[in-house]
Design a binder for this molecule. Structure first.
Ligand SMILES: C[S@@+](CC[C@H](N)C(=O)[O-])C[C@H]1O[C@@H](n2cnc3c(N)ncnc32)[C@H](O)[C@@H]1O
Length: 321
């Protein structure tokens, strides 16, 4: 998945004559800062902002697109993208709901300037996500909670929820830390009266272990809930990352909270495993984590199971699948 055409064209013109070597150096510095506690602290110039867009935006956009595409029941007229950066989650929202009115908020001036160039129809505001009382049908915080301590992330999520008329979407890196923030925000939001629309199909306690490896007796609990989006690397991305593989795999954790009750069914929370005997679907539903085996000899159910992927919703687990 590449960037949407309109954004890619603007980006191309902004990159004209810009040294890729310099951007690669800046992207490496941002990655190092990210590992030390958040990339945005290092984005102080227009060139840094460009480096961020080239290095990270394709992946965060792809993750946001995958998350929002899994919300067919939602029809937001307005979206507020908190900690929008260059606007990646907003691009995804506008792809799915073309008439949506977009507002972005970010504290970084270079990223705001870039966001406004990449999506001229959006309203781009300066501000602090922690101090702003948002209001929109859909509120998104994509890769933003990571910049807050775990306990603060849950408080921030609760504040964002106040202004989410239909739904709040939180997306984080698919790491144990990223998932810990999603998990703690999810619990706080359920307490505040929200329902989980995805990836969970229920509002019960999350069955994943609080800490990775907390319980080694059950392989499922020594895990964290995350998903994977594969996307092609552009030529610039290959240069920037000094990479040779023509694609990258973005791992992300997420939660979608809504004011309506959650759908039923089960979520596929790991890669589907196919063997000679059949297909194993690793599922999470209100009963917890469990594998569902669909035998090859059950032709119709097997045919349906074969189309399913990690991240999909299984409306009624097998034998009906
Ligand atoms: C990792 S970037 C994510 C950008 C974008 N949402 C995405 O998914 O690609 C984090 C963004 O949050 C912004 N940010 C971090 N803390 C903030 C705060 N307290 N108030 C406003 N923006 C903040 C940063 O400036 C940066 O643009």
């Amino acid at each position: 998945m590449n960037l949407p055409d309109a954004r890619a064209k603007v980006l191309e013109s902004l990159l004209e004559g810009v040294s890729r070597k310099d951007l690669a150096r800046r992207a490496a510095a941002l990655s190092a800062a990210y590992r030390a506690g958040g990339p945005s602290a290092g984005i102080v110039s227009d060139a840094d902002a460009l480096a961020y867009v080239l290095a990270r935006a394709p992946a965060t956009y792809a993750a946001a697109r995958a998350v929002l595409a899994r919300m067919p029941g939602l029809t937001p007229a307005t979206v507020l993208d908190m900690g929008a950066g260059p606007g990646t989650a907003s691009w995804a929202a506008a792809e799915i709901w073309p008439d949506i009115a977009v507002t972005m908020l970010d504290r970084s001036a270079p990223l705001r300037a870039l966001a406004a160039m990449l999506m001229p129809s959006a309203q781009v505001m300066a501000g602090d996500v922690a101090g702003t009382k948002p209001r929109a049908d859909l509120v998104i915080a994509s890769y933003v909670l990571a910049e807050f301590a775990l306990d603060k992330a849950a408080i921030l999520a609760r504040d964002l929820w106040q202004g989410a008329v239909q739904a709040l979407v939180l997306i984080e890196p698919g790491t144990p830390d990223g998932f810990a923030r999603i998990r703690s925000a999810r619990a706080a939001l359920i307490k505040a009266g929200a329902h989980v629309a995805a990836p969970c199909t229920h509002d019960a306690d999350c069955p994943m272990a609080r800490r990775v490896g907390e319980s080694r007796s059950d392989q499922h609990t020594a895990d964290w809930c995350h998903f994977l989006q594969r996307l092609p690397r552009s030529r610039d991305h290959l240069i920037l990352k000094d990479a040779s593989v023509p694609f990258e795999d973005e791992r992300y954790s997420y939660v979608v909270m809504t004011r309506e009750a959650a759908p039923k069914g089960a979520r596929i929370i790991k890669p589907v495993v196919e063997s000679k005997a059949g297909i194993t679907l690793p599922l999470c539903d209100e009963t917890g984590l469990h594998d569902e085996f669909v035998p090859r000899r059950d032709k119709e159910a097997f045919r349906r199971a074969r189309k399913l992927e990690w991240g999909d919703l299984v409306e009624s687990p097998s034998p009906a699948v």
